[in-house]
Design a binder for this molecule. Structure first.
Ligand SMILES: Nc1nc2c(ncn2[C@@H]2O[C@H](COP(=O)(O)OP(=O)(O)OP(=O)(O)O)[C@@H](O)[C@H]2O)c(=O)[nH]1
Length: 651
């Protein structure tokens, strides 16, 4: 029998038990309203009565719904229809129905005659946000691995399982959506046994939507996840595992206490910056901030200490008491941007507003990297690094929704590298191997020994009937097959080494459409490989369009160039002049389309008519022009490029 994990490596497989089993008592609010007002006394929870856990899963397998049920069952929130995905607080999360930011909630639960403090961290499922997952796991001792009873194990189930496995956490498999007509929890249980080597009888079968069997999940959290290994008598050692920025109160750091106690008025020091602060407030998230007198080792909560900028509360930092330095915790690898794009204000007069919006948003999303940038055509702006395309779209949407800032985005590009041969360039860059995050700065072939492109190890899980089509797709994306394994008689897991550029834009959409939505995909960083790359310009009547400069593999230049020209033709309105759209590599034009001349006479409809109506139409036309960008004498609506960028193929 094939298994991904050797049994010896799966400490939870034997089903460790940590508390006496008995019937759960009804949900209760542990603290009275008066106690909450007076601040709850967290010393009531000794370490052995604390469980810190996360919910991890593939996208849409039901993490947030399960979190809602757990919050209800423990009386943390009321049972109302309005309480849907309570921990998804951002507008973008609610609109897209996805979790972008991990959230924490402290739950109180009575079980076996004892009161437990359960700290739950809801995490995002999409690959772009797996950085959030690994951070959250550092504050936990166990996870609920949620798997959809109909879809079974998917690519992110595997990726997230391994994050938990590597962090040596207890894993409780939860098979969700057993109410669905096509649910097959037995089959999914067997998959879990085969792939993760967890006995299928350890799976808890639930319907998070209906609340079926959800109390067994809480019971399992208490029984199978160990309490944290911490020491309250030692000096304070707290891990900052997340931070957000509030414009009135400054940085709110989410902390997990590994040792000691922290309370309001304590003088603390950041091990990273060595700066000292006085603690203004500590508390738990229930799920909203609930101030407490103190937080004790083993507990998870928030801390406010007059930090003005999230760089002062770096994620992964260790906080300790002034005059009591401690060995800092190992921290986290910093998030590695996979995609870069230029971001510019539509109008340069909005530069300062956009600057402030980007600063505020990156305070709350420190995985975005920011470099100042400028271009002749687009003026002053930035080059931002994102964890993936969805991350980029979400950031853009948040800029618009939360800060009313609308921007020009350039073609997303992956971070290429070049090994320089030109002595002049080496002197200029002060190094031989450079990373290129802006295609406009792509060095010419004559000045380079070789170009390198980033590669990722991708996992595709699919029903077997689509295997052939998917293999053809992967091959067309220059991928090299590394492995193929059957998860059960109907499903196969394929591993491929992909150039990152080939999957970043639309691979996932193509995969979904050719597998009728059944295949899933995840990837992890796998370094760099040598590649034949060229820079491609897009020209409108001979003028370069900066937004659309791209770096492509030589083999793909013609297909990509042709397709951009075709799409641009579709989205450009006809104008007074004929427009030649060209794709060029160096001085060689490789593709061309033409938009014929046309004059839009807005007054045509009202000859001889009412003069006020004519004035209105002219006004509307001139307002429309404000949203246009001019290249040479060609006027381009702002959304024309966005359409091209969004749909840019890479076949
Ligand atoms: N039938 C049924 N549907 C469920 C159940 N649990 C969740 N769902 C539905 O599945 C969809 C996804 O649920 P979410 O809780 O948002 O999933 P998630 O894993 O948090 O998703 P992301 O945050 O995007 O990763 C929603 O439409 C839920 O209503 C269940 O037990 N039964």
């Amino acid at each position: 029998m094939w298994a991904l994990v050797g049994r010896a490596l799966a400490p939870w497989a034997a089903g460790a038990r940590h508390a006496a089993a008995s019937e759960p008592r009804a949900a209760c609010r542990l603290f009275s309203a008066a106690e909450l007002k007076e601040k709850p006394d967290m010393s009531r929870f000794p370490v052995e009565d604390i469980r810190n856990f996360s919910i991890i899963a593939h996208v849409d397998h039901g993490k947030s719904t399960l979190a809602d049920r757990l919050l209800e069952l423990t009386g943390t929130i009321d049972k109302t229809k309005k309480n849907k995905q309570v921990l998804d607080k951002l507008q973008v999360e609610r609109e897209r129905g996805i979790t972008v930011k991990a959230q924490t909630a402290s739950l109180f639960y009575s079980f076996g005659g004892k009161q437990y403090l359960l700290n739950l961290i809801d995490t995002p499922g999409h690959v772009d946000f797996s950085y959030e997952v690994s951070r959250s796991l550092s504050a936990c001792q166990g996870v609920l691995l949620v798997v959809d009873a109909n879809e079974g194990i998917q690519a992110q189930t595997v990726a997230n399982f391994f994050l938990a496995f590597e962090a040596q956490l207890s894993v409780i498999p939860v098979i969700n959506k057993i109410d669905l007509k096509n649910a097959d929890p037995e089959r999914v249980g067997k998959q879990i046994e085969k792939v993760f080597d967890i006995p299928s009888e350890e799976c808890i079968k639930i319907s998070a939507k209906l609340g079926t069997n959800v109390d067994s999940v809480l019971q399992a959290v208490i029984e199978r996840i160990p309490p944290p290994k911490v020491h309250r008598e030692n000096p304070l050692k707290a891990l900052v595992f997340d931070s957000t920025f509030d414009q009135y109160r400054g940085v709110i750091a989410n902390i997990a206490l590994f040792d000691g106690v922290v309370s309001k008025g304590d003088k603390i020091v950041s091990a990273h910056t060595k700066k000292a602060y006085e603690v203004n407030e500590v508390g738990i998230l229930n799920p909203n901030e609930q101030p407490t007198h103190k937080l004790y080792a083993g507990q998870v909560g928030f801390l406010i200490a007059g930090m003005k900028d999230v760089t002062e509360a770096q994620i992964g930092d260790t906080l300790h008491l002034h005059n009591h330095p401690v060995e800092p915790l190992p921290g986290f690898k910093s998030a590695k941007p996979m995609v870069f794009a230029g971001v510019y204000p539509i109008d340069q007069s909005e530069y300062n507003n956009l600057k402030s919006a980007i600063e505020k948003l990156t305070l709350n999303d420190s995985s975005v990297t920011v470099h100042r940038d400028s271009s002749l055509a687009l003026g002053a702006g930035w080059r931002l690094g994102f964890l993936g395309l969805l991350h980029m779209e979400v950031f853009n949407q948040r800029l618009e929704q939360e800060y009313n800032a609308s921007v020009i985005l350039t073609t997303p590009t992956v971070p290429y590298k070049a090994v320089l041969s030109s002595a002049k360039l080496i002197k200029e860059y002060k190094e031989k191997e450079i990373t290129i995050i802006n295609p406009a700065q792509f060095p010419e072939k004559s000045k380079v020994t070789e170009y390198l492109e980033p590669v990722v190890l991708g996992t595709v899980i699919t029903p077997t009937e689509y295997t052939g089509k998917i293999m053809a797709l992967c091959q067309a994306r220059r991928a090299i097959q590394k492995n193929m394994t059957f998860i059960d008689e109907n499903r196969v897991m394929l591993k491929y080494l992909f150039p990152l550029n080939e999957i970043v834009v639309d691979f996932y959409d193509s995969l979904k459409s050719l597998s009728s939505g059944y295949a899933s995909f995840d990837y992890e960083d796998a370094g760099y490989q040598a590649a034949e790359l060229v820079k491609m310009d897009i020209l409108l009547n001979g003028n370069m369009v900066e937004e659309l400069v791209t770096v492509v593999h030589r083999e793909k230049a013609y297909t990509v160039g042709k397709s951009i020209c075709e799409r641009l033709k579709e989205s450009l309105p006809r104008q007074l002049y004929e427009i030649a759209i060209q794709a060029a590599v160096g001085s060689k034009v490789i593709a061309r389309e033409t938009v014929k001349a046309y004059r839009k006479n807005v007054l045509a409809k009202c000859y001889g008519g009412d003069i006020t109506r004519k004035m209105k139409l002219l006004k509307r036309q001139s307002e429309g022009k404000k949203k246009l960008r001019k290249i040479g004498n060609i006027e381009i609506p702002k959304d024309a490029f966005i359409k091209v960028l969004k749909t840019q193929p890479n076949k």
